[in-house]
Design a binder for this molecule. Structure first.
Ligand code: DX5
Ligand code: ZN
Length: 216
């Protein structure tokens, strides 16, 4: 499995050290959570911080926008060096237009679903997506508990991808631990996001390695 450490749980006083640790680890990409205090009840960080991260990062940036009207910021996200731009289905009235605009800006489009949003809502757009991100917690905070019903949802998304001939990858975000990562992998996830589990570990690099081997 590809591991995407979530910078939200990094040490912001020593961000450079944490980015270098991820560079040297088995992680496949950086997961970067932007929160606006409107779409979710929390505020994280914005473009100047992402730009600084991109200067040191040697792996792709997966930028997860937990904000209203994410289409307003497509060029700014691109200019921050994002490879993947992740927008919430619940935040986009014209999701198709937003996905096409992300691609036209040179990024890979990904769509995120909150825990209560069914995968079926993506049937008519999934062929156009690079990735689908399933939230396994209600977005807004790191360190929350994994919602068990996500396991069945991963399977339903796998089926939808097969039925539609889509090449979309499945990413799962929230409450991922060494203990639950194997069943997330077995259910069909390609990528796991991990914040608290990585950055509160005594040995973050080894933890990333263990997560990457989950389900192998
Ligand atoms: C939650 C964010 C997650 C978060 C995951 O709203 O989207 O990416 O950082 O953190 P953990 O792994 O601690 O649940
Ligand atoms: Zn996230």
């Amino acid at each position: 499995m590809i591991v995407a450490p979530s910078i939200l749980s990094a040490d912001f006083c020593n961000l450079g050290d944490d980015i270098r640790m991820v560079n040297e680890s088995a992680a496949g990409m950086f997961h970067i959570d932007v929160m606006d205090g409107v779409f979710v009840p929390n505020i994280s960080f914005g473009f100047p911080v992402i730009k600084a991260i991109s200067r040191l990062a040697e792996k792709p940036l997966d930028v997860h926008l937990m904000i209203v009207d994410p289409q307003r910021y497509i060029s700014q996200v691109r200019d921050c060096g994002a490879e993947i731009m992740n927008v919430h289905q619940e935040a986009c009235v014209h999701l198709h237009r937003t996905v096409e605009a992300i691609r036209a800006a040179g990024m890979k489009p990904a769509v995120t679903l909150n825990p209560a949003t069914p995968v079926e809502t993506l049937r008519d757009i999934i062929a156009d997506l690079h990735m689908v991100l399933l939230m396994s917690v209600d977005p807004g905070f790191g360190g929350q508990k994994f919602i068990e019903s996500t396991i069945g949802k991963i399977g339903r998304l796998r089926n939808l991808i097969a039925e539609t001939g889509s090449a979309a990858l499945i990413e799962v975000d929230g409450g991922i631990t060494i203990e639950n990562a194997p069943k997330v992998a077995a259910a069909g996830a390609d990528i796991v996001v991990a914040g608290n589990t990585v950055f509160s570990a005594a040995n973050p690099k080894e933890t990333i390695q263990l997560l990457s081997e989950a389900g192998v």
